[in-house]
Design a binder for this molecule. Structure first.
Ligand code: FAD
Length: 380
């Protein structure tokens, strides 16, 4: 049997995790990324126990444990008094309960770890997809802005919230702008001047919040991300800069610990927060969407990348041993398996209540994408 060939669009966290998972399932993969190089974005990322279970199978647990911070908890406090609303304990108790650690890392370290398990000759930078067409035999042809073209048995579009493929297959409607923005930055902890801060705390204000945590095992780097109203700002770019004084002003009535962190940070980026309602369909024939392309969500549960990483594992299980003629059904099965869970996370995240009060988080962190049942699916 010839190996199934899959072209993945996008070398973000979802695309690279998919490449790693499909290679494990014996599928031939090539990843096509529009960027001409990988840049190390100044952002933290919470790697939930559910995501770690997937990443472990790629051999990445030691490297991520060595690169990331292992927090005692995700604490939730009142913005001004610092009174504890709910302290979600991670560390060894959560590791034992959910079967994997909860880590707080630098997004660049997670991306580099995933890139390290996909051979460089299978990752094609400077390849922006500008056209996609399915042939009568099921194969799919991609055309790139650089003039090249490839044909594969199947395509996985992990091309992010503004997915070109989503627009081409399922309509051009834009994601919902929430009317809110996020300021974020990573900076050296020495700039705190010895001031002690919590491991990881979300400070809940009346109409805004800030999450602050370390991203290195030795507490040498700090990250924060906010959410606050700013209906007029719609720029979604990881590189757009924000005004640090405006940010300090916006959080001036927060607890002294928050004010100290904001006083200490040298610069910030600014990002418009968007999401979507669950989409009716993710796949058409031998083409499927994956990750933010099909279920973009607000970052309030810190689960967007985790959902893309889980998608990767489930997709690889659906495609294992499948030939070209079975891909469309395998993609439908993938969608049927994943959509109830990703829709629930998308809609829960939108309410921004996760862990605000005592919460049972087992359904999120306890999920194991390698062993969760695949949906029963009647082939067309
Ligand atoms: P992306 O990361 O957007 O990757 C898409 C890739 O496709 C990009 O590399 C892009 O260049 C490429 N591409 C796009 N179009 C084309 C094309 N036409 N041709 C070729 N390539 C193309 N999630 C967590 O799990 N934990 C967190 O703590 C967390 N914090 C977050 C904080 C903030 C402020 C935000 C905004 C999000 C956060 N998320 C978090 C969510 C997470 O960042 C996303 O869910 C995740 O990055 C989605 O990965 P993806 O691969 O689907 O898409």
């Amino acid at each position: 049997m010839a190996k199934l060939s899959v072209a993945i669009i996008g070398a973000g966290l979802g695309g690279l995790a998919t490449a790693a998972a499909l290679r494990r399932a014996g599928v031939e993969v090539n990843v096509y990324e529009q960027a001409s190089k990988f840049t190390r974005l100044g952002a933290g990322i919470q790697i939930g126990c559910n995501a770690m279970k997937v990443l472990r199978a790629f051999g990445l647990e030691p490297v991520l444990r060595a690169a990331a911070f292992y927090p005692r908890s995700w604490n939730n406090k009142e913005y001004d008094t610092g009174d504890v609303r709910f302290d979600m304990i991670f560390g060894p108790p959560a590791e034992e309960r959910y079967g994997a650690p909860y880590l707080l890392g630098h997004r660049g370290d997670l991306h580099a770890a995933l890139a390290s398990v996909v051979p460089a000759e299978h990752v094609h930078l400077d390849h922006r997809v500008i056209d996609i067409a399915q042939q009568a035999n099921g194969q799919v042809t991609l055309n790139f802005a650089n003039g090249k073209a490839v044909t594969a048995d199947a395509v996985v579009a992990a091309d992010g919230v503004h997915s070109f493929v989503k627009k081409r297959l399922f309509g051009r409607d834009e994601p919902n702008f929430t009317g809110r923005i996020a300021y974020r930055t990573v900076f050296p902890a020495e700039l705190l001047g010895g001031y002690p801060i919590d491991d990881c705390t979300k400070w809940w204000g009346p109409d805004r919040h800030i999450v602050i945590y370390y991203v290195k095992p030795d507490r040498s780097e700090v990250y924060f991300v906010t959410s606050q109203p700013e209906p007029g700002f719609t720029v979604e770019s990881w590189s757009a800069m924000g005004d640090v004084n405006e940010l300090r002003q916006a959080f001036a009535d927060f607890h002294p610990q928050v004010c100290h962190v904001l006083q200490s940070c040298p610069s910030v980026h600014k990002w418009a927060l968007v999401d979507r309602d669950p989409l009716p369909r993710w796949s058409a024939g031998n083409i499927t969407l994956l990750g933010d392309a099909c279920h973009p969500m607000t970052p309030y549960m810190a689960q967007g990348a985790a959902m893309a990483i889980e998608d990767a594992a489930v997709l690889s299980r659906c495609l294992e041993g499948v030939e070209r003629g079975g891909v469309a059904d395998a993609f439908r099965r993938f969608e049927a398996t994943r959509k109830p869970r990703t829709s629930r996370v998308q809609l829960s995240s939108r309410t921004n209540t996760w862990l605000k009060n005592p919460t049972d988080p087992d359904w999120v962190y306890g999920y194991d994408a390698w062993n969760a049942p695949l949906a029963e699916f009647e082939a067309a």
